[in-house]
Design a protein around this ligand. Sequence first.
Ligand SMILES: [Fe+2]
Ligand SMILES: [Fe+2]
Length: 146
Amino acid sequence: MSTKEAQEKIVANVRKWKKIENAAVASTARVIEKTENPIVRLVMEIIGRDSQMHHRIQELIEDSLTTKAIAISPEEVGEVWGLIEKHLEIEKQTVALAKSCLQEIEGKKGMLVQAYLLEYLLKDEEKHDTILEKLIEVKKGMYPYG
Ligand SMILES: [Fe+2]
Ligand SMILES: [Fe+2]
């Protein structure tokens, strides 16, 4: 497949995907309306917000392949780069705290919900860490794709 064909396929996919994210947001709202359970509400709210963000990301991918080229050049991000590297330190602290909490819980009874929520947080904080580490690679032009 040529690059152009691959791009057209990706654009078609993300257009479909955006509609599915909208359906996901509506679905989470329906669940939230029908329950007072704080854990179910929280989880559905997380998924709803994530789905809104996914939609934005898909839109940026779509735009980048159709209307406006995007890149992350040293000239464009030079000013904030120091702040981004500092931010990475914050994320590493949050990962360490989540791990410390989970270690405390290990082997204890009656803390299933807390373990569930802390595991979610750990994954999410690791995701923040990873997305920034990879951003640094993208800026260096070292990312394994494209
Ligand atoms: Fe999604
Ligand atoms: Fe974070």
